[in-house]
Design a protein around this ligand. Structure first.
Ligand SMILES: CC(C)(COP(=O)(O)OP(=O)(O)OC[C@H]1O[C@@H](n2cnc3c(N)ncnc32)[C@H](O)[C@@H]1OP(=O)(O)O)[C@@H](O)C(=O)NCCC(=O)NCCS
Length: 173
């Protein structure tokens, strides 16, 4: 299956918002993605699409913020029908490797303590725990785990290499 990873456009918003709503108990307000694409100059918004009967089906979305020499992963999700098939690894691998190529040094994020799928994905890319924010998430008072990883190109390519990737060459940051 051909996966194409590219920057998010306004035309992607219905699919992006659907993935957000299917993925998180507290999805972002719908106009946030529009703001991230059009107005936030620190933001880089990504999608991944699969070819489906000649059309592109958006299966993944992410928003990252570039702050000094770091990227902060604001949100990332794979459509529920396409999870646990390696797409998260390919998608995050592309985002991290573009950040590394752009000379950025480190990636940071926060994740719910119970989110085993995300923890597994992040550990694969060398993310380690920096700290805990107790009862951070308001909906269920769950702890947030703060994690970060160096953006070493070799580490990223090793992490993706054992997942089949027929992807096309995507865009740079
Ligand atoms: C987290 C998420 C992006 C992972 O994407 P994915 O496409 O399923 O990930 P992959 O198939 O590439 O798998 C990555 C790792 O997670 C593991 N994994 C995937 N789904 C899992 C699950 N339900 N339970 C436990 N581990 C899981 C895989 O086994 C793999 O681990 P490994 O490297 O040790 O083999 C996806 O589950 C998702 O969109 N979740 C909802 C949104 C979310 O939680 N985003 C993260 C917010 S911090």
């Amino acid at each position: 299956m051909n996966i194409s990873i590219r920057k998010m456009t306004l035309d992607d918003l219905p699919a992006v918002i659907e993935i957000d709503q299917l993925s998180f108990p507290n999805p972002w307000p719908k106009n946030s993605y529009r703001y991230e694409i059009l107005e936030n100059e620190n933001s880089v918004c990504w999608v991944a699409g699969l070819e489906h009967f000649g059309a592109e089906k958006i299966i993944a979305m992410a928003v990252i913020w570039i702050i000094l020499d770091e990227i902060h992963i604001g949100t990332i999700a794979i459509h529920p029908d396409f999870r646990n098939q390696g797409f998260g690894t390919i998608f995050l691998g592309k985002i991290l490797s573009e950040a590394a190529k752009a000379g950025l040094e480190r990636a940071l994020l926060e994740v719910r303590r119970s989110n085993q799928a995300a923890l597994n994905l992040y550990k694969r890319f060398g993310f380690e725990v920096d700290g805990i924010r107790k009862k951070y998430y308001q909906d269920n008072r769950e702890d947030a785990i703060l994690m970060s990883a160096p953006l070493a190109k070799k580490l990223i390519s090793d992490s993706v290499s054992n997942v089949t990737n027929n992807g096309k060459e995507g865009e740079a940051l």
